[in-house]
Write a protein that binds this ligand. Structure first.
Ligand SMILES: Cc1cc2nc3c(=O)[nH]c(=O)nc-3n(C[C@H](O)[C@H](O)[C@H](O)COP(=O)(O)OP(=O)(O)OC[C@H]3O[C@@H](n4cnc5c(N)ncnc54)[C@H](O)[C@@H]3O)c2cc1C
Length: 461
């Protein structure tokens, strides 16, 4: 078998075809190539990186998708070191702003609470959530003790049962919007617990210093993917959406718009919902269809607003804000050293994506004026990105698994079917939902397939 696949011709063949050129697919390819196998990565979009995408505002590169790496994200940090990428500390000096129920407050720490009553309620609800985390098996949450019970209700119903105060609910709604791209009523409690436990608990999930938001990638996260793809040379093919995969005991035949690829194994890294956009012949067992149906992608949008300087720092503000009013619900300061001031705003797609670009910009700037004062009304540039409106593989950051979905269909995340193996961040145990998790799953699937190919070649000699 040749070391690389010639994709100039319409019909090509090799050892492994990988669907998707995000962190999972590219990492799987890198591992397989290192073992001497022939690989082709087919990507439906016209770019690599998947949910990592760079944009530009005021001449500065920004992350429309994945942004931060934690200290403990060692897989992504190892990859960055090999590819010459570096980190920049997330700016978090000063006090944060909370805009809740029409009132502006300032706060410090990880979780935004201001009054003693609110703090007391959070101090009651957060440990209750953390108690539940202890029993979660992050590698197979649906097999944890009490999994059936935990999966039978939504996160919102659980908050109801706790009689959580309005302030605690508002905070958890923001966590839900930013993590699963949905409201607490739309996501299973078990799914929420799985994601929180897999990233080291609620504090680690939400913290800047020592937490998941500690560092940004100086060159942008998509640049890591671009460098990894460049090293894979012509093994990565863009604009090649996979429409159909035929499979039998001898191999797989993958049909894209550009080519038909025959390989011995396939690794599919598309998110669960997007797996269903591929026609499998013969059809996959019902559990795989159920998974795609009940793990719909959430949606999230991001806006970047640039100013001559990060003026809020002069007022002792960190640029971090949480708000319950309007499309913007969180902001962060992502200004480069010595450059313009840039605020990154997470926006709720339901009241944002359908508006005209000018209206979106006006709404965001108006909210920033509420949060940071009149100077925020004079931006020098603006850009945004709505993940839910992407034409290919839309949505993100993560699926919002419905109640009862994980217990019924969770096994289908990772269970290979014949010669089809699965990777992608949704299939991760530890670090599910992160670039780090995606890399680990790509490597895992590559090693599984390489071991099977090795056994096959031994038995054929
Ligand atoms: C707004 C946002 C913010 C985020 N913030 C962070 C963060 O700060 N830190 C962090 O670690 N993570 C973050 N994430 C999550 C992170 O981006 C993902 O966990 C990670 O990039 C997933 O990688 P993946 O390879 O598993 O999937 P993807 O990146 O989704 O890659 C899958 C690829 O498969 C392709 N594909 C799908 N179907 C087909 C098909 N039929 N044929 C061909 N190709 C197909 C897709 O186009 C895509 O390129 C964020 C995500 C979003 C959207």
């Amino acid at each position: 078998m040749s070391k690389s696949i010639d994709c100039q011709s319409k019909a090509v063949s090799g050892d492994v075809v990988i669907v998707g050129a995000g962190f999972a697919g590219l990492s799987a390819a890198e591992r397989l190539v290192s073992t001497g196998l022939s690989v082709l990565v087919v990507e439906g979009r016209d770019r690599v990186g998947g949910r990592s995408l760079s944009g530009e505002v005021a001449g500065v590169d920004v992350d429309f998708g994945a942004t931060w790496v934690a200290e403990r994200h060692t897989a992504v940090r190892d990859l960055m070191a090999r590819l010459g990428c570096s980190t920049t500390r997330q700016f978090d000096e000063g006090v944060n702003v909370l805009w809740m129920a029409g009132q502006r407050h300032t706060w410090t720490g990880t979780l935004p609470m201001v009054g003693p009553v609110d703090l007391a309620d959070l101090a009651r609800v957060q440990p209750a959530l953390e108690n539940l985390l202890e029993s979660i098996d992050v590698d197979a949450a649906w097999k944890s003790p009490n999994a059936g019970e935990l999966d039978s209700i939504s996160f919102g119903e659980w908050l109801d049962r706790q009689q959580a105060a309005t302030s605690t609910r508002a905070l958890m709604a923001i966590v839900s919007k930013v993590q699963w791209g949905c409201s607490p009523a739309d996501v299973s409690l078990l799914h929420v617990l799985r994601y929180i436990q897999a990233v080291g608990g609620l504090d680690h999930m939400l913290a800047v210093d020592g937490g998941q938001q500690q560092d940004r990638v100086t060159e942008t996260t998509q640049e890591i993917a671009k460098r990894l793809a460049a090293a894979l040379e012509d093994r990565v093919v863009l604009d090649a959406r996979v429409r159909r995969i035929c499979h039998d005991e001898t191999g797989v035949t993958v049909y894209t718009d550009a080519a038909v690829i025959r390989a011995r194994y396939a690794i599919v890294t598309a998110a669960p919902e997007h797996r269903a956009h591929i026609e499998f012949q013969p059809a996959l067992p019902e559990m795989f269809e159920g998974l795609s149906r009940t793990f719909p992608m959430g949606a999230l949008s991001k806006a970047f607003v640039a100013y001559e300087t990060p003026f809020w720092r002069n007022d002792g503000l960190s640029g971090e804000a949480v708000t319950d009013t309007g499309p913007v619900f969180i902001t962060f300061d992502v200004s480069p050293d010595g450059g313009p001031g840039i605020l990154m705003a997470f926006c709720a797609p339901g009241c944002y994506d359908g508006l005209s670009p000018a209206t979106r910009r006006n709404l965001v700037v108006k909210q920033l004026v509420d949060l940071y004062g009149a100077q925020a009304g004079n931006p020098i540039d603006y850009v945004d990105h709505c993940w839910g409106t992407e034409s290919s593989a839309p949505g993100g950051p993560h699926p919002a698994a419905a109640p009862n979905a994980s217990v019924r269909y969770g096994d289908a995340l990772t269970r290979p079917h014949g010669r089809i193996h699965w990777a992608g961040t949704e299939t991760a145990g530890e670090w599910v939902g992160t670039m780090n998790g995606a890399i680990l799953t790509g490597v895992r699937a590559a090693e599984q397939v390489a071991a099977l190919l090795s056994v096959e070649s031994e038995s054929s000699t």
